[in-house]
Ligand binder design. Structure first.
Ligand SMILES: Nc1ncnc2c1ncn2[C@@H]1O[C@H](COP(=O)(O)OP(=O)(O)OP(=O)(O)O)[C@@H](O)[C@H]1O
Length: 218
């Protein structure tokens, strides 16, 4: 469960980016966040993942108030999340297999079990044949899919994706949306920021719309 109560957010020296935002997301929901460029979508996702803290108001993740959470507890909170951000944050000196392996190794999963999960994740995003390739040799869309494989490999309870289909052609964008939908069907909470209103039309979901930092929910 993620809950915001009257959340405001400004960065040092910035205007108010999010204004009086209250929302609740239950476990297993599929949520799309839409809005114009600069509306505050990425900021909202960062607050949901505990990457940013609110300037005022309350953000609860599970039953933890992130403003009161000690820094050393953050890594434990982060394990709940699979994060896919616009700048993939791939490791360019490691191959695809090794990139996807990283969250598993951090959680102490290695060897045969790790290999099985890594290949299953690569297979889901259509990159099984690229496991030994270096990320720099992949197209933008392939790098995006690699970031998705890495985010889902440790089976997070909550998947947060910022414009995950931004660089993809229509067919792959549809596949990726189907993939996210499938994760939701097995109980994962999936939260996706997107410009792509077409891609989400036929998917039943909660819609959060931001306009200059003000939220409406439908
Ligand atoms: N670290 C930061 N410091 C200062 N201002 C920031 C920071 N991050 C974002 N902003 C500002 O906050 C506003 C909202 O940015 P945000 O990235 O949340 O919007 P967005 O809706 O995700 O935009 P886009 O669709 O273009 O990615 C923008 O005006 C941006 O310049």
């Amino acid at each position: 469960m993620i809950r915001f109560d009257q959340v405001n957010k400004r960065y040092p020296g910035s205007d108010e980016i999010l204004r009086d935002v209250s929302l609740e997301i239950a476990g297993g929901e599929l949520v799309f966040v839409t809005g114009h460029s600069g509306a505050g979508k990425s900021t909202l996702l960062k607050l949901m993942a505990g990457i940013e803290r609110p300037s005022s108001g309350t953000v609860l993740i599970g039953n933890q108030n992130i403003s009161k959470l000690r820094s050393r507890m953050l890594p434990y909170l982060r394990r709940k999340f699979g994060l896919i951000f616009q700048d993939h944050k791939l490791l360019y000196d490691r191959n695809c297999f090794e990139n996807v392996a990283l969250p598993l190794y951090i959680n102490g999963i290695t060897g045969h079990e790790a290999g099985r999960r890594i290949r299953a994740a690569l297979d889901k995003v259509g990159l099984l044949n690229k496991e030994k390739s270096m990320p720099i040799t992949l197209s933008g869309g392939e790098q995006q899919r690699l970031a998705i494989a890495r985010a889902v490999v440790s089976r997070p309870a909550i998947l947060i994706a910022d414009e995950p289909t931004g660089n993809l052609d229509e067919a792959y964008a549809k596949d990726i949306m189907r993939l996210f939908h499938a994760f939701q069907q097995v109980g994962v909470t999936v939260i996706i920021a997107t410009h792509d209103a077409h891609g989400i039309q036929n998917i039943p979901a909660k819609l959060l719309h931001l306009d200059h930092g003000k939220l409406t929910i439908s």
